[in-house]
Design a protein around this ligand. Structure first.
Ligand SMILES: [Zn+2]
Length: 86
């Protein structure tokens, strides 16, 4: 018996289960292929979102620090009165 396509061990994209299939196979069963296509994620990759979030967060943090410095300068409370609610 000769297989036309070489079967290789793969991991199902949907459930992560190992199965034997062709090099192109992505899912262990057709039903998982259907499930995956139904719940297709529009986002290309979560890592990109994290990087974007980090960049935005850095900008916000810088602005926040600037405002804190400004508040510090504007603060007129006399020294020697420690803040109880640190
Ligand atoms: Zn599967």
């Amino acid at each position: 018996m000769r297989a036309k396509y070489k079967k290789v061990s793969r991991l199902c994209v949907w459930c992560g289960q190992e199965f034997e299939g062709t090099k192109r196979a992505l899912y262990c069963s057709p039903s998982h292929s259907v499930l995956a296509s139904r719940k297709r994620n529009p986002k290309p990759a979560p890592e990109l979102d994290v990087q974007k979030w980090k960049a935005e967060n850095a900008v916000l943090r810088a602005e926040n620090n600037r405002l804190l410095e400004l508040i510090d300068k504007l603060r007129t409370t006399p020294r020697g009165t420690p803040c109880k609610t640190g």
